[in-house]
Design a protein around this ligand. Structure first.
Ligand code: ZN
Length: 672
């Protein structure tokens, strides 16, 4: 025995009957004092721990209908995975080594929109539960869609979870609007509250994917039902930078302003928060999930874990979703948490093994606001526990001198496969490495069927630039055509002079500076994708407004103009909601061409035809001036317009245009 008997409840009767005695174990209670018993025992009745102590003490006071010899293994609380998206097991390995936005907006969300259903979520959850039970996890905090199906599957597997129904400002696989997903969250919470294994909750996904209204409404819902609220906070430096630019404050004060901390918050990541924000979270009683694998894999940064703990925050450890990790292995996660804290601070004492293990158990449960139920082996808590074999070849030999040696052994050398037995709520889920509630072969077989379907979907999508564009919600299935004529001009003055012609009615004038980046692909049939930034210039020459647009320009172009990319045919247009970098990484063009120009654009009415006249000065490459006339109605596929435009051009410009047209310098692009 290495510690006190504090956690031992003096028996009411001299000899009490319990259901089960676990004996001959090295018991790590993971309580506040890190009480442990080298020859320990635990007594269990129904779903609860009745007593924890030395074997002799426990056996003296309790008799049981069943006695389980732990064979000298470590008996400890089950690990608490404080943040994950379990059904994403079915998307594991689908797209990797991408930036967060490309990964999320380019792959995860489109595939989820297509495939996520109650069936998908159930299968993914069961698969995840099998993996988690095998790695000694007894409790997890989930955030996904169709969360009621996640909850049912989790309860069927026998695990404990906080199940959080996602609410987003975007349409989700299970709701077309935020109101709908909020109503679904309310229904789910109403039905599920009080379940012995499941804590229902609501998950506004993140401040940048939710509106202020959503943050307020979800906090109000969590308060109304007294359930936790699960969210992502300050995962990347970009998120914080955008928040500062948009709201003039970092993420934590912003969500506080929306009343989020009125609820019992579990916040994943918190990689980029300062000490003031930590204190705010402490006062709010908010818990944090630190997810080192995910932060490392996505390059999000290093969470200030030591500072968080020193502040007094409950910091748990999470795997995050299996599509961004890519596994649900808490042993790996705990080790990484310790190593990253040491490596990043340059201080090997920054996060000792037993503190890391406390994060993965007691502190994680507290962060999830269920610290009274699970997270340590203490009388009155639920019997959520695991046995770990600490004598395999990779963990031999064992020393007795330092009582902290066992924590180091578990954190630095144990593997998930060393977990032999798992119990949740007094019920065995794994005995001697055999899962008792799940059929692994069936789960693997069914998940492979999903993988096949998703492969086909993505192969078809990657087939063309257009389908990739549509997949990221470009809302641009509408094809439009344009009729345009473009000629080089030596000087801009004659054009401006010509526009003074009283027969030309100038309806509107605009001045832009345009920066175009063309993505070119190996297969010319793919067309060209143009990312255009329009800077609107006012009369004082100041930029008043910036607009970014994306245009997929059809493959075929007639004529032979010096800059091939200036020609156009069919077009699919969309506002560019992502950065140029996002599109570059998502579309992976073979090469890029950059064009910069100053454009004066006139909308004119001439001889009963409304059309645009663009006077361009090509700055990059330096090609001088160009004149472009362009039909206004892009949907009109009219050869007649083409000839009218040509005639107008000749009329406006006189002989010089006539000459240019004759020389075949022009290009006419139309779709007939
Ligand atoms: Zn997450």
């Amino acid at each position: 025995m290495t510690s006190s008997q504090d956690s031992f409840i003096p028996g009411l009767n001299s000899h009490r009957m319990v259901d089960l005695l676990l004996v001959n174990a090295h018991v790590l209670t993971m309580d506040e004092k890190f009480t442990s018993f080298t020859d320990g025992a635990v007594s269990i009745k129904d779903d609860k721990i009745i007593a924890v102590g030395s074997r002799s003490e426990v056996e003296e006071k309790y008799s049981a209908t069943a006695i389980f010899d732990c064979g000298g293994k470590v008996l400890m609380p089950g690990l608490v995975n404080a943040h994950t998206h379990v059904p994403m097991t079915l998307l594991r390995g689908l797209a990797d080594d991408l930036r967060l936005d490309v990964w999320l907006m380019g792959y995860m969300l489109p595939v989820e929109r297509e495939f996520v259903s109650p069936d998908f979520v159930r299968l993914g959850t069961l698969l995840g539960c099998a993996e988690m039970i095998r790695s000694g996890i007894t409790t997890f905090a989930d955030m996904y869609y169709y969360e009621e199906s996640v909850a049912i599957a989790t309860a069927d597997a026998g695990m404990r979870a906080m199940c959080s129904q996602t609410v987003l400002k975007l349409p989700t696989p299970d709701a077309s609007s935020f109101e709908e997903s909020l109503a679904a969250a309310r229904d789910f919470i109403t039905r599920c509250k009080g379940h012995p294994l499941i804590v229902p909750s609501v998950a506004p996904h993140a401040p940048y994917t939710c509106t202020a209204e959503i943050l307020k409404a979800t906090a109000a819902l969590a308060l109304e039902f007294d359930v936790p609220l699960h969210t992502h906070i300050a995962e990347t430096a970009l998120e914080v930078e955008n928040m500062r630019n948009d709201q003039g404050m970092p993420v934590v004060p912003y969500v506080k302003k929306q009343g989020l901390f009125e609820a019992k918050v579990l916040a994943a990541h918190c990689v980029h928060i300062d000490e003031g924000e930590m204190r705010t979270m402490l006062h709010a009683g908010a818990g944090i999930s630190h997810n080192p694998s995910s932060n490392l894999k996505l390059g999000s940064g290093f969470a200030p874990v030591r500072k968080m703990l020193d502040t007094g925050l409950n910091v748990g450890i999470g795997t995050d979703g299996p599509a961004s990790n890519n596994d649900l292995d808490m042993f790996e996660e705990v080790r990484l948490a310790a190593f990253v804290a040491k490596g990043h601070s340059g201080d090997p004492t920054a996060l000792p093994a037993r503190i890391a293990l406390a994060m993965a158990t007691r502190l994680g449960a507290r962060a999830m606001h269920i610290g009274d139920v699970t997270g340590s082996l203490e009388p009155g808590k639920r019997a959520d526990l695991i046995l770990v074999d600490v004598n395999p070849i990779h963990n031999s030999p064992r020393f007795q001198r330092d009582p902290n040696g066992t924590y180091a052994q578990l954190v630095y050398a144990s593997k998930a496969t060393d977990v032999t037995d798992v119990m949740v709520n007094g019920k065995w889920l794994m005995r001697n490495r055999v899962l008792l509630t799940l059929q692994e072969e069936d789960l693997i077989l069914h998940s492979q069927e999903y993988a096949r379907k998703i492969d086909v979907f993505l192969i078809n999508r990657e087939h063309s630039v257009l389908s990739k564009l549509i997949a990221i919600g470009g809302a641009m299935e509408e094809e439009s055509f344009e009729v345009q004529i473009k000629i080089p001009i030596p000087d801009v003055a004659p054009v401006l002079k010509a526009l003074e012609n009283p027969d030309i009615e100038i309806m509107r004038t605009r001045h832009y500076h345009q920066y175009d980046t063309y993505f070119l692909f190996d297969d010319p049939d793919e067309g060209r994708l143009r990312y255009r930034e329009d800077d609107f210039i006012d009369e004082q020459g100041q930029v008043t407004n910036v607009r970014s647009r994306l245009t997929l320009i059809g493959a075929d172009s007639e004529g032979h103009f010096p800059q091939e990319v200036l020609l156009s045919r069919s077009r699919y247009l969309a506002p560019a909601t992502h950065s140029l970098r996002f599109y570059r990484e998502y579309f992976k063009p073979e090469r890029e061409v950059e064009i910069e120009k100053d454009r004066l654009r006139y909308l004119v009415d001439y001889e009963d035809l409304e059309f645009f006249i663009n006077v361009d000065r090509l700055i990059k490459p330096e090609l001088g001036y160009f004149l472009e006339v362009k039909s206004r109605t892009w949907s009109r596929k009219d050869a007649e317009i083409k000839s009218k435009l040509a005639a107008s051009l000749v009329n406006i410009l006189g002989a010089s245009a006539d000459e240019a047209l004759k020389k075949d310098y022009f290009d006419v692009v139309s779709h007939t």
